[in-house]
Write a protein that binds this ligand. Sequence first.
Ligand code: G3I
Length: 372
Amino acid sequence: MKFFLIGAACLIVTISGVLYIKMRPLEFERNYLSSQIEPEKILIREKSDEIGFFFGASAGEPTHVDNNLYAKVFNSTTPTNALKLGSVIQDLNTMTYDFSESDAYVDIAREAGLRVRGHALVWGKLSDQYKSPDLQVWLDSLPKDANRSERLSNLVSSHIKIMLDRYRGKISQWDVINEPLALFGDGELEENVFLRHLGESYISNAFALAHELDPSLRLFINEQLNNYTGDRAQAFYALVEKLVSEGVPIHGVGLQHHMLFFVESPEATQKYMQKFSKLGLQVEITELDARLRLFKDAGDPYIAQGQYYRDIVDACLKVSACTGVTLWGYNDEDVWHKDMAWLFPEPNEPYLFDEQNRAKPGLSLINARLKL
Ligand code: G3I
């Protein structure tokens, strides 16, 4: 018994030690503070406009996009949450909407001359994981004799129509289907509320309806892949290839590119993007962020992170079908990883500007790349 207790104690100490090493917050020297780029030397927006490239950042609040610095760097923006179902719909039964936040975001962005990416029309996790809204609870609340599949199908169709009508001529590119794959596994479709009640055709039906409602739109399927050589990446490519071969009106693929636990190489990224361009599709990096902690072994992690972002922009510029790179945030004040701090120990600090809006090395490095 004594040996068992000693063994258990040793195991607990060992596990605690490993967790401490893996999870303890780290801090790096902010050498970039002594080498801030002069605003007048920032030409990213100007150069991006010149070559028809979209460089963007998502923002939580419309006011984030309404400032001189944002306007010198970005020519595109994605509302982080404002266009999502849970942010606009007030009542699922009466289909009552409140567009005050989404309209403000779109109007302010367009007044600043920014392209607005529409994100996202149909996303299973928004209901199943974020409960925003919980569509399964809504379905369960319907009268016993209600046809749940029909009600959900009608909700999805009505929502797509309402959003496309509302932002017709203002948003030209939509993430129609977001994250169709299960987060884990080898690339199976996620058993989300839409798959459960509507079957696989929820994907093609959404694209077909959106295209019928507005043939001028660029319709994207958007997915988070941790790497571009594994089974999930191959499965995602196979899904898109199948949909395209069936004549589903998909025009573009969004690779979110959240680098969470390791950093996928720019070379593998470029190669994967080229696969989609061979299908005749547009490609965009739609939600770029790479946690600073992933660069902890570099001489200067901030510079290494900035070089990585420059190399991802470079990879996109080398693929003619890649039309844009969007970071999933503007500055480190608003970082989604903090909502899952247990999974993403500090430092995350993933964006081009720090929490005090000071430029990090990536800005100068991307600026230099675009001036070539
Ligand atoms: O604004 C409310 C606030 O009033 C309230 O007090 C608080 C607590 O309930 O919630 C706040 O809303 C939260 C919102 O973020 C703004 O912080 C929502 O609950 C929360 O669900 C929402 O999370 C967003 C998440 O998508 C779900 O929509 C994250 O900000 C956003 O970064 C994240 O973005 C996703 C992409 O859409 C798809 N790809 C993955 C990416 C990261 O998860």
